[in-house]
Design a protein around this ligand. Structure first.
Ligand SMILES: Cc1cc2nc3c(=O)[nH]c(=O)nc-3n(C[C@H](O)[C@H](O)[C@H](O)COP(=O)(O)OP(=O)(O)OC[C@H]3O[C@@H](n4cnc5c(N)ncnc54)[C@H](O)[C@@H]3O)c2cc1C
Length: 490
């Protein structure tokens, strides 16, 4: 660690949802941190709306799920409808999660909840404070900030750039932001409607003129997102939205009032690496993609959930460079997949090709009734299917693990859980106890009725699991996984 006196350990740049969630996690873990935001206050725009089941589970593990659950509209089914013809109506109720629904919460409300939770932990955001530059040294980063036209230099152990699509932190690192731009313009409108659509149903409307998605805030308030060939006026007017709904939406749906609306250009890009030395990127600073699918904010929140325990262990002297590197190695494939799948969805919903339209309109009604298709669809969209198989710090499937003991913000922090079947052979029991002793600061041992042995990481993903509980090599494997990420780097 640094021999210089540092102003703080983790500097978070940007108080969007991703930076705010990271600040909450730093505060919960008792780390030294600071969050700066260039704007004078939180944004009032409600861009992201959908919070998916895995994100709710993560909020639960972080101890902040309750205010979201109190306020959210719960969506439990997805209807795909084109030219007033329903192609599919699929349940969205993943049984394996305590949160079998999509929580609809406007992004400004999400940010206010996160600020409120941060305040409860005696944390606050430094508003009107802009990140200007960073210079990396072996043992710290010197950062220049600007507030009220005054520059301030601070020295920190790590910087996490959560500063959005135009990230200054990313520019500072001079990293490629690979991808492209959608030719079409996107529009967004929050409208009051007649109450013909169920509040618990989300509508996706493929159309040759461009996709349209309708997200319910309740039965008579909806968010419409669509692509349009060109802008009409500075921002979409009520009549414009009414025409769009008439052309592409479910029949009978009427927009009576416009709360706010906007046009925006969207890119689909991802950064070449998420870490450079002591500086990390997360959220829109690292990846941007089509809002069809509603994955952007969720993916950013998962980024910092993956990162924070690694920084925590590193700052405590229990995690090495290899572990920090795994942030980029693990998240890049997940991000790549999200960029690709949202791109596919956007293009598929907008295809002008009549053959592909016909194929889509024939295939979707058939496959959407099949349980395996429904399951695969929900797994992808809910993000419950994310796994870190192939990661250098995981041996095996890297699947998510969830049980009640992880919930409520107290169950999981910076310790791995070593879950042992209650009836292990004595020799294995002894070996596991020995392991716990050796890694006592980072392992918590627990007996379960589950078969075999599992090593669960502090973010609720399985680092290793086996049913072959009587093999002595099992404990050796777990030991080598832990050593690999905790031994000091040479
Ligand atoms: C129309 C629309 C609909 C969307 N719908 C969904 C959805 O349903 N679900 C979903 O998951 N996602 C959705 N998204 C994407 C989602 O809004 C973003 O992914 C999310 O806002 C990213 O959060 P963030 O914290 O990474 O970045 P931002 O929200 O962009 O926050 C970055 C913050 O950093 C600050 N900042 C910038 N530069 C500096 C600096 N130099 N110094 C200090 N602070 C700085 C900014 O002021 C800003 O507050 C949607 C996006 C759009 C545009």
């Amino acid at each position: 660690m640094s021999t210089r006196t540092l102003d703080t350990d983790i500097l978070i740049v940007g108080a969007g949802p991703v930076g705010l969630f990271l600040a909450n996690e730093c505060a919960r873990r008792g780390l030294k941190w600071r969050i700066v935001e260039s704007k004078p206050a939180q944004s009032e725009h409600s861009k992201a709306l959908a919070i998916f089941p895995r994100t709710l589970e993560i909020f639960d593990m972080a101890g902040i799920a309750t205010p979201f659950l109190e306020i959210a509209n719960r969506v439990t089914s997805v209807r795909i409808i084109t030219h007033e013809h329903t192609l599919a109506q699929m349940p969205f109720q993943p049984e394996e999660s305590p949160y079998p629904f999509i929580a609809m919460v406007p992004q400004n409300v999400t940010e206010n909840i996160l600020v409120g939770e941060l305040n409860k932990k005696n944390g606050h955001v430094d508003y009107a404070t802009r990140f200007v530059s960073a210079t990396q040294y072996d043992d710290h980063v010197k950062v220049v900030l600007e507030k009220n036209s005054h520059e301030e230099s601070i020295h920190v152990a790590y910087v996490v750039g959560c500063d959005g699509a135009h990230s200054s932190v990313r520019h500072q690192l001079n990293l490629d932001f690979e991808g492209g731009e959608y030719h079409d313009l996107f529009m967004l409108a929050d409208i009051e409607t007649n109450a013909i659509l169920p509040a618990e149903e989300l509508q996706l409307c493929p159309h040759e003129a461009g996709p349209l998605a309708i997200f319910p805030l309740n039965s008579n308030r909806h968010r419409v997102v669509a692509t349009v060939p060109k802008a009409e006026g500075h921002e979409p007017a009520l009549e414009f939205v009414q025409d769009l709904l008439k052309d592409r939406g479910p029949s009978g749906l009427k927009a009576n009032y416009l709360y706010w609306s906007s046009y925006f250009h969207i890119h689909h890009r991802q950064v070449a690496q998420l870490r450079q030395g002591r500086i990390f990127l997360a959220g829109d600073a690292a990846h941007i993609h089509s809002p069809i699918g509603g994955q952007g904010m969720n993916t950013g929140l998962h980024d910092v959930w993956n990162l924070v325990w690694k920084l925590d262990l590193h700052l405590q002297g229990h995690g090495n460079d290899f572990l920090l590197d795994s942030y980029s190695t693990e998240r890049r494939p997940v991000i790549k997949h999200v960029v690709e799948i949202t791109d596919f969805l956007t293009r598929m919903m907008a295809t002008p090709n009549r053959f592909i339209q016909a194929l889509r309109n024939t295939v979707i009604p058939m496959v959407s009734r099949l349980a395996p298709f429904q399951h695969a669809f929900v797994q992808k969209m809910s993000e419950l299917g994310i796994a870190y198989q192939g990661s250098p710090v995981v041996e095996g499937s890297g699947l998510r693990y969830m049980d009640d003991s992880l919930r409520g913000g107290k169950g999981i922090c910076s310790q791995y859980l070593l879950l042992l079947n209650r009836d292990l052979p004595p020799v294995m029991e002894k070996a596991a106890q020995q392991l716990e002793k050796e890694f006592q600061q980072i392992i918590a041992l627990r007996r379960t009725h589950d078969q075999g042995i599992k090593l669960v990481r502090p973010d609720g993903y399985i680092a290793f699991s086996t049913n072959r509980e009587s093999q002595a090599s099992t404990v050796e494997t777990i030991k080598s996984i832990l050593q690999q990420q905790t031994m000091p780097s040479v």
